[in-house]
Design a protein around this ligand. Structure first.
Ligand SMILES: N[C@@H](CCC(=O)N[C@@H](CS)C(=O)NCC(=O)O)C(=O)O
Length: 200
């Protein structure tokens, strides 16, 4: 069985778990850490980042975007990566935006987690948070169809779920229309609720 190495709290890992659940592909999710002593993640991805998928033939596939592409191929194609050129580019662009919101959100969290208090730089944190808030404001204004499950809507749903958890912004208060969007997405696929991160 294919393996996905990821922590259950990684938003990028959740993209891959959500896509597999949505497509009905069974994967063996092996919880892993990136930076704890003794982590073996870099053996499977030289970047030392999760998620990594290990295919049945042993090939290592990363990052989350490529894993979603692989899952779509395994499901027969044109499922979460649209074949229609315009729909495909729109879905990939939305995925890039959702991933970028998560990248910025992770940098906000890492600044607090990885640096000692005296080495933290508030302007840098705010610079990253601004990417996240601009991204959310954009999708609130240009909402994709929540009933069409693509790499784009999966990434956006994971970004919203991640900010719910780490609270880099109060998106539910700032953009109530996105609350409705996420509810519609949850109604469109069981995979959102099936992949919620465990509560700490
Ligand atoms: N572009 C990558 C981002 C993956 C990523 O940033 N993963 C985080 C956890 S959510 C990680 O492994 N961080 C550890 C590190 O950067 O060393 C993807 O789409 O998979």
């Amino acid at each position: 069985m294919m393996i996905i190495r990821t922590s259950l709290t990684s938003p990028f890992g959740r993209k891959t778990r959500m896509a597999a659940a949505h497509l009905g592909i069974t994967v063996d999710v092996r919880p892993t850490s990136a930076n704890e002593p003794g982590s073996t993640l870099a053996d499977d991805n030289p970047l030392g980042k999760m998620p990594v998928m290990i295919l049945d033939d042993g090939r290592r596939v990363y990052d989350s975007r490529v894993i979603l592409e692989q899952l779509d191929i395994l499901a027969g194609g044109d499922k979460i990566v649209p074949a229609d050129p315009k729909a495909r580019i729109d879905a990939l662009t939305l995925q890039a935006l959702g991933d970028g919101i998560m990248d910025a959100g992770i940098l906000v969290v890492y600044e607090g987690r990885m640096r000692p208090a005296e080495a933290r730089h508030a302007p840098w944190v705010e610079y990253q948070r601004a990417k996240l808030t601009r991204g959310l404001a954009y999708v609130a204004q240009h909402q994709p169809d929540a009933k069409i499950v693509t790499v784009g809507t999966i990434a956006l749903a994971c970004a919203l779920g991640y900010i719910d958890w780490r609270k880099q912004s109060d998106w539910r208060n700032d953009h109530p229309s996105l609350v409705g969007w996420l509810n519609d997405f949850r109604a469109a696929t069981h995979a959102f609720d099936a992949t919620l991160p465990p509560r700490e």
